[in-house]
Design a protein around this ligand. Structure first.
Ligand code: 9Z3
Length: 410
């Protein structure tokens, strides 16, 4: 055991491992580490976290784009919203083959961005790469492939090439697509929409921090609308395996390359031989039945730093809270609002997120449910589901969703 802790490459290598997360439970190796980020003050956790990673390669380019975008809208005295959208990943290896993902297709973020644009906002759309985007979301991804909206028109009589006609949008989609196209063109031509992608939780953190600071000249014209599904746990860079974690035993001459898990220090490996924690359970088992144990640290509470440090004075911060257990949702959303003292937490359950959300506010009524009536839950012509979006915030007490109540869902 001791030998394994000091030399991660000597850890048993397993075939077909089941991945077991020991979230929040200090293992033998983590107890030898520096204190967890979760135990630090937010400002200290921030500096430790950001010092551990090199900034994402794209950050300087994104900052330059954002600076120019923000300057333009400061000049025009226009409101700017930073919409975050999609899920962040947590890589298990520095040269990443495997990663843990957070659920989010990007529907909430992309839909809300469209509503913000319609309301005259300029939108910085910080999104998970390849997740849904404003406007194109109507015609992308597998459920509504853009090719299904196209047809080939008959050749024009007398045209030189009689082998084929032009590609056109099918009749039944013309009206809706024209409408989407016009809005998309308007946003593009008037510089109202800036698309910035991220993949990992570290990239997300760096981008969020930089963008919030760059938005300072906007003051109260800045809004933060945090719909991205952000990982709560991660593997610190210092404990991350450099190479692909191996699943079968390597001959001795190939061991020692760091592929079995563990960063520079070795003793602080995030990936451990199962027998360190499950001694006894594994001892009699063949290698093929052993497990891979991954030890994750809490991600620092970035919302604290956003509200208290990064964001401009007078700006508004809206966060989302995602739960699966209905009995926890309101409690967790209220706790988040109290903890971070921002303006609004929008709570939603994974299973009903498209039809109902709860607004938790510091002022009365404190809790307000907004629901899309059953009749409106049908799909639109392009197959994109309607959902509770920004319209509800914009339209105030009446609620554009058409139905609301103060009670929790049954
Ligand atoms: C949300 O709750 C979003 O509404 C969804 C949207 C991810 C459910 P889709 O993209 O789904 O439409 O498929 N986002 C969760 C935001 C989040 O992770 N919040 C953190 C938390 O819950 C705090 S900011 O702890």
């Amino acid at each position: 055991l001791r030998r394994n802790l000091l030399n991660p490459s000597a850890l048993p290598q397993f075939s077909h491992p089941s991945i077991l997360f020991t979230v929040g439970i200090p293992s033998l190796s983590s107890s030898t580490m520096s204190p967890s980020l979760g135990d630090m003050e937010p400002a200290e956790a921030e500096s430790v976290y950001f010092n551990e990673y090199p900034p994402p390669k794209a950050l300087p380019k994104h900052e330059a784009l954002a600076r120019a975008f923000i300057d333009l809208h400061v000049e025009a005295n226009r409101r700017v919203v930073l919409v975050t959208s999609g899920g962040t990943t947590v890589p298990l290896e520095a040269q990443t083959v495997r990663f843990i993902d957070n659920f989010s297709a990007g529907t909430r973020g992309a839909t809300s961005a469209e509503y913000f644009l319609e309301q005259g906002y300029a939108v910085i759309f910080l999104h998970r790469q390849y997740s849904l985007l404003p406007y194109s979301r109507h015609y992308s991804h597998s459920t509504n492939c853009f090719l299904d909206f196209m047809d080939e028109a008959p050749p024009v009589p007398g045209a030189a090439n009689q082998d084929h006609g032009s590609i056109v949008v099918r009749d039944e989609y013309q009206t809706e697509m024209r409408d989407v196209l016009r809005k998309y063109r308007y946003a593009k031509q008037n510089n109202r929409l800036l698309l910035l992608p991220f993949t990992t939780v570290a990239e997300y953190m760096f981008e969020l921090r930089s963008l919030a600071k760059l938005m300072r000249p906007l003051g109260p014209n800045a809004l933060f609308y945090l719909a991205a599904a952000v990982s709560d746990f991660f593997i610190p860079r210092s404990r991350m395996a450099e190479h692909k974690i191996q699943s079968s035993e390597l001959p001795p001459e190939y061991q020692g390359g760091g592929g079995g898990g563990g960063g520079d220090s070795g003793a602080d490996s995030a990936v451990e031989g199962d027998d360190e924690i499950y001694t006894g359970e594994n001892e009699a088992k063949p290698a093929s039945q052993k497990k891979l144990v991954i030890n994750l640290d809490p991600v620092p509470k970035f919302l604290h730093r956003l509200v208290d440090g990064w964001a401009p004075d007078g700006s508004m911060v809206v966060s989302f809270k995602l739960e699966t257990d209905p009995t926890l949702l309101v409690y967790k959303a209220r706790t988040a609002l109290q903890r971070y003292s921002h303006h609004l937490v929008i709570g939603n359950l994974l299973s009903t997120r498209k039809w109902e959300v709860v607004f938790i506010t510091p002022d009365p009524p404190h809790e307000r449910w907004i629901r899309v009536p059953k009749a409106r839950r049908s799909k639109s012509i392009s197959g994109v589901e309607d959902q509770v979006g920004l319209a509800e915030i914009m339209k105030g007490d009446k609620g554009a969703a058409g139905s609301e109540s103060q009670q929790a869902p049954n």
